[in-house]
Design a protein around this ligand. Sequence first.
Ligand SMILES: Cc1cc2nc3c(=O)[nH]c(=O)nc-3n(C[C@H](O)[C@H](O)[C@H](O)COP(=O)(O)OP(=O)(O)OC[C@H]3O[C@@H](n4cnc5c(N)ncnc54)[C@H](O)[C@@H]3O)c2cc1C
Length: 271
Amino acid sequence: MIPAGFAYRRASTVDEALALLAEHGDEAKLLAGGHSLLPLMKLRFAAPEVVVDIAPLTELKFVRLDGNEVVIGALSRYHDLEHDPVLAEHAPLLAHVSGAVGDPQVRHRGTIGGSLVHADAAADLPAAVLAADGTLVARGPSGERTIPAADFFLGPFTTPLEPDELLTEIRLPSQAGQGWGFEKFTRRAIDWAIVGVAVTGKAVGLINMGGTPLRASATEAALASGATAAEAAALAAEDTSPPEEPHATSEYRKHLARVLTARALASAGIS
Ligand SMILES: Cc1cc2nc3c(=O)[nH]c(=O)nc-3n(C[C@H](O)[C@H](O)[C@H](O)COP(=O)(O)OP(=O)(O)OC[C@H]3O[C@@H](n4cnc5c(N)ncnc54)[C@H](O)[C@@H]3O)c2cc1C
């Protein structure tokens, strides 16, 4: 498939990217790793008139510690996150999940910011950031604002970001020393999850169990009130509406959520 025609603009600073967004408004789309935007353009589900390439923004490729928070630049690629020593110590779930996305080509191009803004409920990082109580930082014409991950995923492929805003960084409280676990059930090795579960401490994120990434609230509440991991995992599909597809029914996904939560809790050292 061939995308509709578009103008290509390259931004080399955040200010330049914001100026281009202000100039072109709704007609512009940011291009980070391109691994979601370009397939959509080729299928003509997206047809921006202007593509603003932000891949060169080295100022948004970093991982650093700020007090008790890990701060991740939005243009950081999965491969870099998977191998980052600060993340390995302070957000080991996120480092591991980054290494479970797609295949090596996807991990060398795709960015954490692109994944969060694309807001696919089947994607891996959004549920991990949600479980880690992350905060997203966006910059726009009226300055900077922070959005808790819990308020960021409004619906399928829908976030509160305005067309003239750029996601700049993701902040997570340090999870150093906490147990964590990740389970991703796929049909083939490099596929998206049919269902996935991300656990850090006693927080549980669910992948592909509804229109957005979710927290397994009933499981978390049960753990907080002293239930065993087995009792809590049995509640993992409460209040979820997973998609119904020929290869994975909604009921099958609910079963997977319970089984995978039990496994992820065990990996996190919760019994
Ligand atoms: C073969 C294949 C397999 C894949 N497998 C998986 C998988 O197993 N798990 C998984 O989670 N994902 C998977 N993906 C998706 C992949 O993770 C994408 O990289 C990701 O969804 C989007 O990140 P990107 O950097 O490529 O963003 P892009 O495609 O460049 O952009 C995606 C969207 O986000 C916007 N955007 C990007 N960056 C910013 C920013 N900083 N501020 C504001 N808006 C921004 C863009 O305008 C666009 O709307 C796969 C993709 C492919 C092609």
